[in-house]
Design a protein around this ligand. Structure first.
Ligand SMILES: NC(=O)C1=CN([C@@H]2O[C@H](COP(=O)(O)OP(=O)(O)OC[C@H]3O[C@@H](n4cnc5c(N)ncnc54)[C@H](O)[C@@H]3O)[C@@H](O)[C@H]2O)C=CC1
Ligand SMILES: O=C([O-])CC(=O)C(=O)O
Length: 326
């Protein structure tokens, strides 16, 4: 049996937390041979609800669950942490854009970045889910100067999964036939889901659909899917967000499929001309617990315009939180 790893989840008493923790404890995220210790953080008023979640985790008798810590202290939650899923933040309501949450949520991530820097394993893998996810990941990373910036990522896997299903349904196939999907940029309405490089049953997706559908139906549907869920459910995506977080960490820790790739918001090294240091979603391959940006993906004029627009938005978000970036 492997040694247990420590997995921190923030906002653990929230909606996404409730859909996430049981799957982490079951082995869905890190494999069915990897014991986990869950280190659960939420705010003081949520401690009683969190205690209820702990009771339910206990009641599942998960063989891989080697311990549970519930706390309202970030220094305790991140102690020796190997993996962190930063979910805790206010979600948006109807009519809001994700960047409207910047002010409400940004401060949370500077505090947690410092707590990660001071307490966590230097090899910690961090996924930021709380919105606006890319810029919150940037704030966290910049507040943890002793940790490699590559260890901080933002979630665009939900957008990636949404796009996979949309193209599969349009072409009468299943998601099993879809490969090489890419979400470029920000987890926001400017994100660019790229079908020029996507394959459906081996055929390039843009050869199977007309450009009008791609531009005026597919792209806005993927970009606006979060808002559509909020409208329908009265609350933001939770189970699908938790599922995407599991997928993101699973790919990162255990690797991606052969020559396929996944979308991850990662520290830009200047690839594809994207400003260095932004947390931008790229096509990534993962191996041996590390990710790399896939190089040589075709970028035509249609894609370039959209990739630059979402980069521009990320630069503006970064400038708006300059005071939180040491
Ligand atoms: N990146 C993505 O694809 C997605 C991101 N999200 C985002 O995830 C976040 C969480 O969503 P839900 O779970 O639905 O919200 P929720 O409101 O149900 O839960 C949030 C939890 O975070 C806790 N929290 C607040 N401040 C905290 C702090 N400083 N430290 C620790 N915990 C704190 C709250 O007490 C609450 O328990 C939101 O920002 C939402 O917009 C949601 C869906 C997809
Ligand atoms: O849209 C929201 O606010 C929640 C979210 O990030 C998503 O569902 O993609």
């Amino acid at each position: 049996m492997k040694q247990p790893v420590r997995v921190t989840v923030t906002g653990a008493a929230g909606q996404i937390g409730y859909a996430l923790l049981f799957r982490i404890a079951s082995g869905a995220m890190l494999g069915d041979d990897q014991p986990v210790i869950l280190q659960l953080l939420d705010i003081t008023p949520a401690m009683e609800a969190l205690e209820g979640v702990r009771m339910e985790l206990d009641d599942c008798a998960f063989p891989l669950l080697a311990g549970i810590v519930c706390t309202d202290d970030p220094n305790v939650a991140f102690k020796d942490s190997d993996y962190a899923l930063l979910v805790g933040a206010r979600p948006r309501g109807p009519g809001m854009e994700r960047k409207d949450l910047l002010e409400a949520n940004a401060a949370i991530f500077s505090v947690q970045g410092k707590a990660i820097n001071d307490n966590a394993s230097k090899n910690i893998k961090v996924l930021v889910v709380g919105n606006p996810a890319n810029t919150n990941a940037l704030i966290t990373q910049r507040n943890a100067p002793d940790i490699d910036p590559r260890n901080f990522t933002a979630m665009t896997r939900l957008d990636h999964n949404r796009a996979m299903t949309q193209i599969a349904q349009k072409t009468g196939k299943t998601v099993n036939d879809v490969t090489h999907m890419t979400i470029w940029g920000n987890h926001s309405a400017t994100q660019y889901p790229d079908l020029f490089n996507t394959k459906v049953d081996g055929t390039t997706a843009t050869d199977l659909v007309d450009l009008d559908w791609y531009e005026n139906d597919f792209i806005p549907t993927v970009q606006q899917r979060g808002a559509a869920i909020i409208k329908a459910r009265g609350a933001s995506s939770a189970a699908s967000a938790a599922n995407a977080a599991i997928d993101h960490m699973h790919s990162w820790a255990l690797g991606t499929e052969s020559d396929d790739w996944v979308s991850m918001g990662v520290y830009s090294d200047g690839s594809y001309g994207i400003a260095e240091g932004l947390i931008y979603s790229f096509p990534c391959r993962c191996k041996d617990g590390d990710w790399s940006i896939v190089q040589g993906v075709e970028v035509g004029e249609f894609s370039q315009t959209r990739m630059s627009a979402t980069e521009q938005e990320l630069a503006e978000e970064r400038d708006a939180v300059q005071h939180l970036l040491p």
